[in-house]
Design a protein. Structure first.
Length: 109
């Protein structure tokens, strides 16, 4: 799969659910490239903004879209890595908010 196909697939699956792709295309392209590298490396798309354990079971909460996406978007308008955003986030101007790590420390390896 290439970056463009991944972008189109993620939009098609997630936009009907109310999750939008960040309008910053350069940011998104970098994240998509990293997701594809992680897919090659781990055989699953671990969040590129977190350290993966190379163990699908241990990493299940950070496989994109991660388990923390919904609460992050509800509270901050974007997920931790800013790939997925709310409609309002994409319509706003200014710097993106700081989104703290929600993953519990005991899940770090």
């Amino acid at each position: 799969m290439d970056r463009g196909t991944l972008y189109d697939t993620l939009r098609k699956i997630n936009e009907p659910k109310g999750f939008f792709i960040n309008k910053d295309r350069q940011w998104v392209d970098d994240l998509l490239d990293a997701l594809l590298r992680n897919k090659d490396r781990y055989v699953y798309m671990a969040c590129p903004c977190r350290l993966a354990a190379n163990d699908r079971r241990k990493d299940s909460d950070i496989i994109c879209p991660c388990a923390y996406r919904q609460p992050d978007i509800d509270e901050y308008g974007c997920c931790y890595c800013r790939l997925y955003v709310s409609r309002g986030f994409n319509e706003s101007a200014g710097p993106p908010p700081f989104v703290p790590e929600r993953r519990p420390p005991e899940k770090f390896f």
